[in-house]
Design a protein around this ligand. Structure first.
Ligand SMILES: [Zn+2]
Length: 445
């Protein structure tokens, strides 16, 4: 039993909240209540856990290594490919375990791992063809975070203007299963633990042709599984797609039958008006990754228009240039202010929903991301007396947290009823030391 000073219960900030937890789920929740004897106090504001709906765990190794070289998204991609070279199942397990622990410390209860480094550096298969994906699943278990492994199809090296696909080359040989059938056969043998789901991902229109996108969408439909794809992150991707197919990436996904409630377009930065309408009408989700999009110079996506059109917005930290759900959430609103000159397009409640319930839902966790009887027992308590949050009006505590707190202000994290962060420390993992060690190892190899 927990007793929170303040908690967001079903979207509303309530005081003196007693929260019962049984078998990893919430039981009775009583507001304006005295702390029951033996209950554990949660200080500050307690919110549901956040979902990091778009992650590539190994990108964490690039932090602080890719800022000053200049260039563009495409030159950054070369740096990213150089980190791919050193990855093997053992060092990826260690790096991902530390990266996931950092996410848990920041208040994330679930991660959507968009996983595409499947094979050996020369493209050969590991003895266990899912050795890399299994390493990620094991890392998530140890870090205490739920995971949806979005196993990714990436079978072409790019698009030619005549609509032909370019051959896979260089680091990309590690991503390539050869065909959707071979991909489906490989992932059929993945073994999942409690708190783990399997979903599909299409890397992008650059990496997967329209016929193959249809086949992946059919696979996801059959199993009722999430389907994610990078969509219109860069203008060059749109231009190549138009030249090849005479359509935008969103239109390619729409005509391949991919859109709908189970589909998540990642980034969706450079959209036409029609793209926005199609994503909204189909009730697709859109996962924006604002700290990565700013880091890579991608641009500002139309979050206000997408929300108004009916798309559900979620958030991801993608390249992990920053791992901080509060920063991602406020960036949605603050970027919209920069782009439109208007303030308050997104309410604080809707920003929390993007970070929590919407993110969980697009990863297939319909029963998480909200503090309510029967849901998965995830709680994140955020200090209201740190130097950043001190003086915040208790009546507007959610606004104070979303616009001023950082991941450092997270005190306690409970995921599926397990208390994994206590007083700002992960109960099993020294994330900073393990990040230092695993990243040094990766670049030494
Ligand atoms: Zn990505």
């Amino acid at each position: 039993v927990y007793h929170a000073d303040l908690a967001v219960v079903e979207g509303v900030v309530r005081e003196h909240v007693t929260i019962h937890v049984e078998d990893g789920r919430f039981g009775a929740i009583e507001c304006d209540s005295e702390p029951p004897s033996g209950s554990e106090r949660l200080r500050g504001l307690t919110v549901p856990s956040m979902a990091n709906a778009h992650s590539h765990a190994f990108h964490r190794a690039l932090r602080g290594r890719a800022q000053t070289a200049g260039g563009s998204f495409w030159t950054w991609r070369e740096l990213m490919y150089s980190a791919v070279e050193g990855l093997d199942p053992d060092n990826y397990f260690r790096l991902a375990r530390a990266a996931f622990a950092e996410m848990v410390l920041a208040g994330f209860g679930a991660v959507g791992e968009f996983h595409y480094v499947h094979h050996r550096p020369d493209g050969g298969r590991y003895d266990d063809t899912n050795a890399m994906g299994s390493a990620l699943l094991a890392a998530a278990s140890e870090a205490g975070i739920r995971i949806t492994l979005l196993d990714t199809v990436y079978i072409h090296g790019g698009l030619a203007p005549d609509g032909a696909t370019k051959p896979i080359e260089g680091a990309q040989v590690r991503f390539d299963d050869g065909s959707v059938d071979a991909w489906a056969e490989r992932i059929g043998s993945l073994v999942l633990a409690d708190g783990q789901r399997l979903g599909a991902a299409v890397h992008s229109v650059r990496g997967v042709d329209p016929g193959s996108i249809s086949a992946v969408a059919a696979w996801a439909d059959d199993g009722g599984r999430p389907l994610h794809a990078h969509v219109s992150e860069q203008p060059a991707e749109n231009e190549a797609c138009r030249a090849a197919y005479g359509r935008t990436p969103t239109e390619v996904f729409a005509s391949a039958g991919a859109l709908g409630e189970r589909f998540t377009a990642v980034h969706a930065t450079h959209l036409t008006r029609d793209d926005v309408a199609v994503l909204g009408d189909s009730a697709s989700s859109v996962c924006m990754c604002p700290t990565t999009e700013r880091d890579l110079g991608d641009g500002i996506g139309p979050s206000g228009a997408l929300g108004a059109a009916g798309a559900r917005l979620a958030l991801g930290s993608d390249s992990h240039a920053v791992v901080d759900p509060f920063e991602e959430a406020r960036a949605i609103e603050l970027d919209e202010r920069l782009a439109t000159g208007r303030r308050g397009v997104h309410s604080t409640e809707s920003l929390l929903e993007m970070a929590s319930a919407n993110g969980h839902r697009c990863l297939g966790w319909d029963d998480a991301g909200v503090i309510a009887n029967g849901c998965r027992a995830d709680l994140v308590s955020v200090s209201l007396d740190s130097v950043r949050t001190a003086g915040v009006d208790r009546g507007a505590a959610l606004e104070g947290v979303l616009f001023a707190a950082t991941s450092v202000d997270v005190c306690d994290v409970i995921i599926d009823g397990q208390h994994v962060v206590v007083d700002g420390h992960h109960v099993r993992i020294d994330a900073a030391a393990e990040l230092t060690g695993s990243i040094a190892e990766l670049f030494a190899s």
